[in-house]
Design a protein around this ligand. Structure first.
Ligand code: 5AD
Length: 366
C-alpha cells in the first residue's frame, strides 16, 4: 500500500480500485497523511490562505435532505442582507486584511445576476479576489457574474453517485450539477467543488468516483466535509460522517491534484476540536473564517454547532505546526504578493446587523 502512495506522490494518478484499496486500509492512514502533507508543502508552501466568508442570505429554493436551511425547514428565521450591508461586511473584511471575499447564500433568486454583478463590481474596487457560492445558475448568469469581476466559484458536487444524488436532492439532477461545473470552468472561473462524506448509503466506490471526478474537471479547489446530522432535516436519525474518512478523501485529493487549494472545512472542526489541524496536516492549505453579522450567523445553520474561527488561537495553532497566515490572494499555482494583513483579521470586534432580522419573507425567490 505504501508503494501505491509513493507512486501517486510522483505520478499524481491512481486508478479507482487503487483509491478504494487506500480508503479501505486504515493501517496506512499516517503514511497517507504524511505524504499528502509533503505534497502540500512542495506545491503550495507553508502559508495558509484565509478567505472571508459572508453568508448573505439563508433563503433557499432547494430542499436538500441533509441541509438545515433547506426550503421545507420552517424553523429557520430567514434573512436576506441588503446591498449596503453586504458591502459593509466586505469592507470590514478588506480593512482586516483579507484578500478573498466569499459571497455565499442559499439559492435565493431575489439576487439576480445583474444585482449580484453590481455588488461584485463594488467589492472589486478593492484589491481582492471574489468567490461566489450561490448554487446553480444558467451559463448566461454565470457569465454576467464573471464579467462583473468574480474570480472563483464554489459548487460542491456533493456525491457523484447518481442514485444517491437523486435521493438527496429533490428536483435536482447530477447531470445538471456537472454541467454547471463545466460551464464555470469554461467561463474561466477558478472552480471549486467537493463532497459530503457520510451520506446514508454512500460507498467507498462512490467516494473514489468523486475523487476521479475532481481530476476529470481539473478542479481548482476542493472542499470536503463530513455530514453533520441536522435535527430539523429528514436525515435527523442518521449518523454523522466519519471525520477520518473525510480527511482520507482530502489527502487522496491532494495526491492527485497537487497544486490546488483545499480548505480545512468548518465541518471537520465541528466534529472534533483538532479536526482543522488534522486536515492542515493532511493536505489542506486554506481556512474560511466567517465574517457574517453575529445575529445572522446563527440563522445560517446548515448543520448544528458550527464553530467559528478565533484569529489569535488560529495564529497560535498554525505556528505550532510550522505554518503562517498568508497575505496573498492565493490563486491556484500562482500566488501573488500584494497586500498584507495589517491587523488581526476577524479580530477587530464583531459586527451586528442593525436592520430588522425578523422581516417576513413570503417568497423563497424560486
Ligand atoms: N453537514 C455537513 N455539511 C453540510 N452541507 C450542507 N448541509 C450539511 C450538513 N448537514 C454542506 C454542503 C454544501 C456546503 C455549503 O455545506 O456540502 O455544499
Amino acid at each position: 500500500m505504501q508503494k501505491l502512495i509513493d507512486k501517486a506522490k510522483i505520478e499524481h494518478t491512481l486508478s479507482k480500485s487503487e483509491i478504494i484499496a487506500i480508503l479501505k486500509d486504515n493501517s496506512i492512514n499516517d503514511y497517507l497523511f504524511k505524504t499528502a502533507d509533503e505534497i502540500r508543502k512542495n506545491y503550495t508552501g507553508d502559508e495558509v490562505y484565509l478567505r472571508a466568508l459572508i453568508e448573505f442570505s439563508n433563503i433557499c429554493r432547494c430542499d436538500c435532505k441533509y441541509c438545515g436551511i433547506r426550503r421545507d425547514n420552517k424553523n429557520v428565521s430567514r434573512y436576506r442582507l441588503e446591498k449596503d450591508e453586504i458591502l459593509k461586511l466586505a469592507d470590514f473584511a478588506v480593512q482586516s486584511g483579507y484578500k478573498t471575499i466569499v459571497l455565499q447564500s442559499g439559492e435565493d433568486m431575489f439576487f439576480s445576476a445583474e444585482y449580484l454583478a453590481e455588488i461584485i463590481k463594488e467589492i472589486k474596487q478593492n484589491d481582492v479576489a471574489v468567490t461566489l457560492s450561490i448554487g446553480e445558475r444558467t451559463f448566461e448568469e454565470y457569465k454576467i457574474l464573471k464579467d462583473a469581476g468574480a474570480d472563483r466559484f464554489l459548487l460542491r458536487i456533493e456525491t457523484t453517485d447518481e442514485n444517491l444524488y437523486g435521493q438527496m436532492h429533490p428536483q435536482m439532477s447530477l447531470a445538471n450539477r456537472k454541467q454547471c461545473l463545466f460551464n464555470l470552468k469554461k467561463l474561466g472561473y477558478e472552480t471549486g467543488t467537493g463532497s459530503l462524506v457520510g451520506l446514508p448509503g454512500q460507498t467507498l466506490e462512490s467516494l473514489a468516483d468523486d475523487i476521479l471526478f475532481y481530476k476529470e474537471l481539473d478542479a481548482d479547489m476542493i472542499g470536503i466535509g463530513p455530514l453533520i446530522v441536522h435535527p430539523e432535516t429528514p436525515l435527523k436519525d442518521e449518523k454523522n460522517g466519519d471525520l477520518i474518512l473525510a480527511i482520507k478523501v482530502l489527502a487522496l485529493t491532494r495526491l492527485l491534484l497537487p497544486d490546488i487549494n483545499i480548505p480545512a472545512t468548518t465541518a471537520m472542526e465541528t466534529l472534533h476540536r483538532e479536526g482543522r489541524i488534522w486536515a492542515l496536516k493532511a493536505g489542506a492549505n486554506v481556512i474560511m473564517p466567517n465574517v457574517t453579522f453575529e445575529n445572522c450567523k446563527k440563522n445560517y445553520e446548515i448543520y448544528p454547532n458550527k464553530v467559528s474561527v478565533d484569529y489569535e488561537s488560529l495564529k497560535t495553532d498554525l505556528a505550532k505546526i510550522g505554518r503562517t497566515i498568508s497575505s496573498k490572494k492565493g490563486f491556484r499555482g500562482n500566488p501573488d504578493n500584494s497586500g498584507r494583513f495589517n491587523s488581526s483579521p476577524a479580530g477587530r470586534g464583531k459586527l451586528t446587523r442593525c436592520k430588522n432580522t425578523e422581516k417576513e419573507y413570503d417568497s423563497f425567490g424560486s
